[in-house]
Design a protein around this ligand. Structure first.
Ligand SMILES: Nc1ncnc2c1ncn2[C@@H]1O[C@H](COP(=O)(O)OP(=O)(O)OP(=O)(O)O)[C@@H](O)[C@H]1O
Ligand SMILES: [Mg+2]
Length: 395
């Protein structure tokens, strides 16, 4: 095995050929895109917690729409955009960039006229040289511009993916823009072959709706859940097999348990197991449970350092919370709990420390109180819970 050839991809959207599961979600989004090719405007919100596989899913659907349905897609990452003009700048630049190898590239160049400049060491990257005022005009006339763009492509429709909308979602102007743009597209541009997929955390969808209540009706919502155990198993089996390795069934079950259905976690654990197996020069690429457990320990360490905020990382690993964490969840991960259930197993000294732990975790945004359950708490995302479990089970 070559460590440089790890088949896992922690932290980056998965390539189409390594995509696993999500059959129902693929069908749902594909149906929306198909409807848009018949002139029915579709606007969806793909919600889910960090690392659950939102970007990978929409990328997969895009590829299917392009291959099977003669659509064109554009995947815009909006992270870093601070306002509507910044958002439009990213959308236009991406439309231009993704047109480069397409037959309609020349038409797109004409569309932007002499506002295109070449950037990068070899001048191979194209970027728009437009003023804020120009983007503002596009923001206000989005329907006109996007309809014109779709016509230029000569395709059945456009799948426009607005990913990482998180930073923008709290802005009132963005919520109002979505609402008025969707209204305008449906009324003045009825028959437009456009499917817009907005991608972000569920709390951001709620933030958008809070700023513009009617948006709740505008978005078709797709909430991405953790992989089922079956999907996680399939992921590990197919990924190890694709690299010529085999994993023992005991090892596989451990990985499935620790990954907890969170793809980003699954990839990192898989990669660490891969490296341990490589170091041990595992014979005939058979990975046993012992190798898997060592990989899980290493993977947990990497996940903590890579994906957790420093303060969260230090707090979870603080010496004073050790015994509590161990009692709380060394057998299985828990996502929500009641205080009363936990303190049953704690000493009176530990109970005081536990209350301090709860407060600190709340302040850091790791835990939140569950208003529907007396003394109920839940982890804000799966990554926190899985990390605590994985860490607790080895201390
Ligand atoms: N269906 C899948 N099959 C295989 N790997 C996947 C799948 N979905 C996601 N992954 C992997 O999981 C990790 C997280 O995926 P992705 O970046 O798509 O998640 P995300 O929800 O967009 O995350 P973020 O909230 O950080 O943007 C990546 O390493 C990706 O390769
Ligand atoms: Mg993403």
């Amino acid at each position: 095995m070559d460590p440089g050839l790890s088949p896992f991809r922690p932290g980056v959207p998965v390539p189409i050929e390594s995509f696993v599961g999500r059959q129902h979600e693929i069908e749902y989004l594909h149906r929306m895109a198909m409807a848009s090719t018949h002139g029915r405007l579709k606007v969806g919100f793909v919600a889910g917690e960090p690392g659950i596989g939102k970007s990978s899913l929409v990328q997969f659907v895009r590829s299917r729409c392009e291959q099977e349905d003669d659509m064109t897609g554009c995947h815009v990452f909006l992270g870093g955009a601070r306002d509507l003009n910044g958002m439009m700048r990213k959308i236009c630049n991406q439309l231009l960039k993704e047109s480069i190898n397409q037959p309609w590239h020349e038409k797109v160049r004409e569309f932007f006229g002499n506002h295109i400049r070449k950037v990068g060491a070899f001048g191979v990257i194209l970027e728009l040289n437009l003023e804020d005022q120009d983007f503002s005009t596009m923001v206000n006339n989005f329907g006109l511009y996007i309809q014109d763009f779709i016509k230029k492509t000569d395709k059945q429709g456009l799948l426009l993916i607005l990913d990482d909308v998180n930073g923008l979602a709290n802005l009132e102007e963005v919520a109002h823009w979505f609402k008025s743009t969707v209204d305008e597209l449906s009324i003045s541009y009825s028959g437009i072959c456009l499917c817009i997929l907005v991608v972000g955390l569920e709390e951001r969808r709620k933030a958008l709706i809070q700023n513009q209540q009617s948006l709740a009706r505008v978005f078709d919502l797709l909430d991405i859940n953790p992989w089922t155990e079956e999907e996680t198993r399939e992921f590990y089996e197919s990924t190890f097999t694709s690299a010529g390795a085999r994993i023992s069934s005991e090892g596989l079950e451990s990985l499935v348990q620790y990954a907890g259905g969170l793809p980003v976690f699954a990839h990192q654990l898989g990669e660490s197991v891969w490296h341990v197996a490589q170091e041990c020069m595992v014979q005939e690429l058979e990975i046993d449970k012992h190798t898997v457990l060592r990989g899980i320990v290493n993977g947990t360490e990497i996940i903590g350092r890579r994906f957790l905020d420093r303060q969260v990382f230090d707090t979870i690993r603080s010496e004073k919370y050790r015994s509590i964490l161990k009692k709380m969840m060394s057998d299985k991960p828990i996502f929500h709990f009641r205080r009363s259930e936990i303190i049953k197993n704690l000493t009176s000294g530990e109970i005081r420390v536990f209350d301090n732990f709860l407060q600190r975790m709340k302040n850091l945004g790791v835990l939140t109180q569950d208003p529907s359950v007396r003394g109920g708490y839940r982890f804000l995302n799966l990554l926190y819970s899985l990390y605590c479990f994985s860490y607790a089970s080895r201390i």
